[in-house]
Ligand binder design. Sequence first.
Ligand code: NAP
Length: 304
Amino acid sequence: MTDNPFFNLDDLERWDQIAPAMDPPARLAVIGDPIAHSRSPQMMNAALRKRGIDAQYIRVRVPPGSVKEAFRLFARHGFLGVNCTIPHKFEAMKAVDAVDPLAAKLGAVNTVLIRDGKFAGFNSDGPGFLRSVEEAFGKRVRDLRVLILGAGGGAGRAVAVQCALEGCPGLILANRTLAKAEPLAAECRRLSARTRVETCRWDDDALREVVDRIDLVVNATPLGMKEGDARVIDSALIRPSHLVFDMVYRSGSETPLVKSGRDAGAKVCDGLTLLLHQGAISFAHWFGEPAPLEVMRAGLMSAA
Ligand code: NAP
């Protein structure tokens, strides 16, 4: 295994010099910018070892605008697949040769399968979110009324569309820039006649009006990743009956939203659960077999 925290595009250009020193060979990667914080290698490498696959998973920092070039280099160097994280999920969708129908609906690609120099794009965030909610709360999204805070980014969009595809009874989309949530709301209405879809201004007064008719609160913004970030929601608005799902995770500590939810007596789940389940779905896309979930979970936790 490599101890390198991450590689970059220049390294991929001269991969022929780097690769001989790598054992097992790098065959999978996560790309993003920044990327050093990603905990995906710990869980993916644990899974590869468990399955006896002679490959390792690395991090590569790829700047915006260079995703297609990175894919070309990965294919040239014999990589099997790639995960894409912030900010590459939209760019990846344009850079692949074929987009899986679910990824097309969710509007983003976070998993790429490389075969014979061609790239197929999938989305494991949406289905990973469903599995995470089931695992953390013992509930199915189709039975929950959901509030998404941050319905203007890729993660918020994927979760909103996945909730609509499940036919959840209620979906409230809040976003700093409300205008961005409106077209998404219209799309969710088209996808599910059963779902009552609303948009909501993101301020305390507007949220106070809606919190008593929701079950699940989702943070789909990057707020909480960094010390000093603004709060996602006033903790006084969190009810003990709420299920609080933060897509964000932090190294070694809980996120402020998870802490607020716990203090309010609500059930909570942070982004590590999502990271695990979306990663397991990516693994299944690459290898055509279920991932060793508990081994991946242990690998993820050992990185804390
Ligand atoms: P993104 O595109 O950067 O998210 C943009 C969204 O966040 C928009 O709705 C934006 O509002 C809002 N936002 C950004 N800064 C804000 C601020 N200061 N105040 C209020 N709203 C703000 O990122 P993304 O790809 O959607 O991902 C969002 C988060 O989910 C990231 O932290 C990502 O790491 C996490 N995530 C985690 C997993 C996992 O496996 N755990 C998977 C996917 C995503 P405007 O529209 O107003 O700009």
